[in-house]
Design a protein around this ligand. Structure first.
Ligand code: CA
Length: 219
């Protein structure tokens, strides 16, 4: 899952990004409304956290422009103001939810997850692949009856594969969704995580498709 934060208060933006990364999301941050509109319009994001008071272009206009262009990416608006008028205006321009500053980080994460769940359209966030159960909302995994502890990144890699059972998922795809756009390290990092997943979940769970990527199969 890849999120975009559009927030000009840099300390807030960076701490939100760090917190959401710790939850296993890939997070990109921009500090300007026009840049946010451009990025969000590329269609690579699963959710946008959008401040209202921004340089370049305010959040209402960014949101309105995205919707006018036909983008249905979930948008969570942040506002320093409160009051029904602002909320109504935010939802009017097509935002899916809003949060008034100051907000608790726990509430933000809960809202982000709720929006992603709603958007997924899946009534059950638990994916079943053979003997494996993957709870995408609770971020927990079981093999048979036994729960397996995964790190946030391991879980995120597994989620990319488990949501696309039967398909070949390339390393580049996994990198793009799990790491950040600024990641310039070795793309073979994906192999390290796949090895860890095989060690924890069983060797046969993830198949290597030579030269193409990885695949999980319904068994
Ligand atoms: Ca602001």
């Amino acid at each position: 899952m890849r999120l975009l934060i559009v927030e000009d208060e840099k300390r807030l933006a960076l701490s939100l990004a760090a917190g959401l990364r710790a939850e296993g999301f890939a997070v990109d941050v921009v500090h300007d409304g026009a840049e946010g509109l451009h990025r969000a319009g590329t269609g690579t994001y699963d959710l946008v956290v959008l401040d209202i008071m921004l340089p370049g272009m305010n959040g209402y206009h960014v949101c309105g422009a995205l919707r006018a262009a036909g983008h249905d990416v979930p948008i969570l608006m942040l506002t320093a103001k409160d009051g029904e008028y602002d909320e109504a205006e935010g939802l009017d321009t097509g935002a899916d939810d809003y949060l008034t500053k100051p907000f608790s980080y726990v509430v933000l994460v809960a809202r982000v997850k709720a929006l992603l769940r709603r958007r997924g359209g899946s009534p059950s966030p638990v994916l079943r692949v053979g003997a494996l159960r993957v709870d995408t909302a609770g971020r927990r995994v079981w093999v048979g009856e036994g729960e397996v502890a995964l790190t946030a990144k391991e879980f995120a890699v597994l989620e990319q594969l488990a949501t696309r059972v039967g398909e070949v998922v390339s390393k580049a795809d996994i990198l793009e969704h799990v790491w950040d756009f600024a990641y310039e390290g070795d793309p073979n990092i994906v192999e390290v995580y796949v090895s860890a997943l095989r060690r924890k979940l069983g060797a046969g769970v993830i198949t290597t498709v030579r030269g193409a990527g990885y695949r999980m199969e319904e068994r």
